[in-house]
Design a protein around this ligand. Structure first.
Ligand SMILES: C[S@@+](CC[C@H](N)C(=O)[O-])C[C@H]1O[C@@H](n2cnc3c(N)ncnc32)[C@H](O)[C@@H]1O
Length: 328
């Protein structure tokens, strides 16, 4: 059921042309202004993406990373709901459409898609970029404000990526409740920081209270075993760096790792992983140490040695965020 990686390459090409014609200094300045806005006191009363230059800077600079983070979360979700594919998708606070692209990279075919955001320049640019993706030909780009007054039509899948951070606490609650009421499946992605994780856990609790079951990353729908304040559950997605990235951030690495926290939940039966690797595995001579979140629920460290045969080989290939043990 998984779709080809094609949308990732198409997106990269579509974004590469975005800043063509814009002097590099101007592009860097737009990105720096954006970074400063995001570092500043959010939530805001008005959109941060105010014009085309802001939206283009966001798309060129952040969209590849948010796309990869959402794609990673959706892949884990898809593994937990084999045979299911969304018949419709609503992306709340969708901006330039990263999650809409990620859905097309996860499941084949076309479906009705709505991207909702209050920033018209982001929606306009999202529509332009989406012209490169045949599966996004009929997206509705809807300008609406997320808040207590928001009402949503029923759909199969709601995504909320990198948005909770920009909302007040009451608007966050209203958003998660509205998503839970409208959708059969909800996937929420936030930056992989202690605060991002805290917002994900808050949303996770609300989804469970609304009758959802957790499909990923947790192997269970019980309380998270992490003692608040001691750690935070997050994962990492590799992102190719564009020349704009290198220009703004310096450095020569061709990639960077986007850290994210997420929760994927559904109203229908799910098959979560038996356990999940929650840190980068440590490969030692003749053994691999895996930090796992398990069904119990509990956090534990498994030591897999050569004596474990095929499981040892699998452990050497295991990645942070993978299900454990891997599906046969
Ligand atoms: C960091 S961007 C994330 C965009 C996109 N979801 C992604 O993952 O790339 C946050 C988005 O949330 C939107 N947003 C923030 N507050 C909003 C509100 N109250 N109503 C509607 N959209 C909002 C912003 O306009 C922006 O497009």
């Amino acid at each position: 059921m998984n779709a080809p990686a094609l949308p990732a390459e198409t997106l990269r090409t579509a974004l590469a042309g975005l800043l063509d014609g814009l002097p590099p200094r101007q592009a860097s300045r737009a990105v720096e202004r954006l970074i400063a806005s995001y570092r500043g006191a959010t939530p805001t009363n008005a959109p941060i993406l105010r014009d085309r230059a802001d939206a283009a800077a966001y798309a060129a600079y952040r969209m590849p990373a948010t796309f990869e983070a959402v794609r990673s979360a959706l892949e884990a979700f898809a593994d937990a709901v084999p045979g299911w594919a969304p018949g419709g998708h609503l992306d709340l606070g969708g901006g330039t459409g990263a999650a809409a692209w990620a859905v097309t990279a996860t499941w084949d075919g076309e479906r009705p898609v709505t991207v909702l955001d209050w920033a018209e320049p982001a929606l306009a640019l999202g529509r332009e970029i989406a012209a490169a993706n045949p599966a996004l030909r009929n997206v509705q780009w809807q300008r609406s404000r997320i808040g207590a007054a928001l009402t949503l039509e029923s759909t199969d899948l709601v995504t909320v990526s990198y948005v909770l951070n920009e909302l007040t606490a009451p608007d966050r609650t209203a958003l998660v409740d509205a998503a839970a009421a409208a959708a059969r499946a909800v996937v929420i992605v936030e930056p992989g920081t202690p605060d991002g994780y805290a917002r994900v856990i808050e949303a996770r609790d609300r989804l469970i209270a609304a009758g959802f079951r957790i499909a990923a990353p947790c192997p269970h729908s019980a309380d998270c075993p992490i003692v608040p304040g001691t750690d935070w559950c997050h994962f990492s997605a590799r992102v190719s760096r564009s020349s704009l990235h290198r220009q703004v951030k310096g450095g020569s690495l061709p990639y960077e790792d986007e850290k994210f926290s997420y929760v994927a939940a559904a109203r229908f039966p799910v098959e979560p992983a038996p356990a999940r690797v929650v840190r980068k595995p440590q490969i030692r001579k003749g053994q691999v140490l895996l930090d796992l979140c398990e069904t119990e629920p509990s956090l534990s460290r498994a030591t897999v040695t050569k004596r474990h045969g095929d499981l040892y080989k699998a452990a050497r290939d295991a990645d942070w965020g993978d299900a454990w043990p891997p599906a046969p």
